[in-house]
Design a protein around this ligand. Structure first.
Ligand SMILES: [Fe+2]
Ligand SMILES: [Fe+2]
Length: 288
């Protein structure tokens, strides 16, 4: 149902809309003459490492269009924020498409890393806005981890500069997701909370498998895969605790930093364990 006068009473969402609306840019504002600072292997590695994030940008645009209707029915203030989210994702998509043309390498294909499809299938399985927003929180943190690493360490090169702009948008998306989840999770039915918890754990597990596939590419770009993917996993768990999503089984929830003591059932810890095994096998002497 639509009303003539909307109730724009949630200043957190309208403020995020104002910030986004005032900080607009497009592919035409990027200085494409800045050197990329990469050799041939570096370009290939960037094309591969960026692929799941690029697909995530496209999925966020399409999912966001549907979420505008769902979220807008709940919170009219969110109706203002969502178009700014869609605008952000549209410019990320156009910019990264141009970047791929310059790199001279294509994104990975789904069959090279089927986890990309599994990830987006898992995100689409949920039927409520809470499911979608939880998936967006994980996706935004994944994107922000990658863009943030480039912005911090390669800020004088082309993709570092682009990342510095995109990461601001992703931070705003994360803020929206955290506001929304903090509001809705405390009053959600226990079964729904458990489902949202499962969305988070499943997405973490899928990203951990992507980390194994992409470890050589991350290393080629100067980012040890364990550092990159552990930072992502740690932040997802920290922000999930922040919005009140706790499984109640993990020692780390009571005292962060005790990962080694976590139960095998905790999929979030699966990320850490997978990456630890990966590092161990990388440093083991060849057997043949
Ligand atoms: Fe994005
Ligand atoms: Fe985003």
């Amino acid at each position: 149902m639509i009303r003539i006068t909307p109730r724009l009473d949630d200043a957190r969402y309208t403020r995020l809309f104002h910030i986004g609306a005032k900080h607009q840019w497009t592919v035409e504002d990027v200085d494409w003459t800045i050197p990329d600072g990469l050799d041939l292997r570096g370009r290939e590695a960037l094309a591969r490492l960026l692929t799941p994030v690029f697909l995530g940008e496209r999925a966020a645009l399409l999912g966001g269009a549907q979420a505008l209707l769902m979220l807008g029915a709940e919170t009219e203030s969110a109706q203002l924020y969502m178009p700014s989210f869609l605008m952000d994702e549209a410019r990320h998509i156009e910019t990264i498409t141009r970047l791929y043309e310059l790199l001279g390498f294509s994104p990975m294909r789904i069959k090279e890393m089927p986890e990309m499809l599994q990830y987006h299938h898992r995100m689409r399985m949920g039927k409520t806005p809470l499911h979608w927003v939880m998936g967006i929180l994980v996706s935004d943190i994944f994107a922000r981890t990658l863009y943030g690493a480039f912005a911090r360490t390669k800020g004088s090169f082309l993709f570092g500069r682009i990342s510095a702009d995109i990461v601001v948008d992703e931070g705003r998306h994360q803020a929206f997701a955290e506001h929304y989840l903090s509001d809705r999770l405390p009053t959600a039915a226990p079964e729904l909370r458990q489902e949202i918890f499962s969305v988070k754990e499943d997405l973490l597990r899928i990203v951990a498998r992507m980390g194994v596939t992409l470890k050589d590419d991350a290393s080629a770009l100067g980012f040890p895969a364990q550092d990159l993917f552990s930072a992502f996993s740690d932040e997802v768990q920290a922000r999930s605790r922040h919005v009140g999503l706790r499984c109640g089984a993990c020692a780390a929830e009571a005292s962060p930093g005790t990962r080694a003591a976590l139960p095998a059932s905790c999929q979030g810890c699966f990320v850490t364990k997978t990456l630890a095994a990966l590092t161990a096998s990388a440093s083991a002497p060849p057997t043949a």
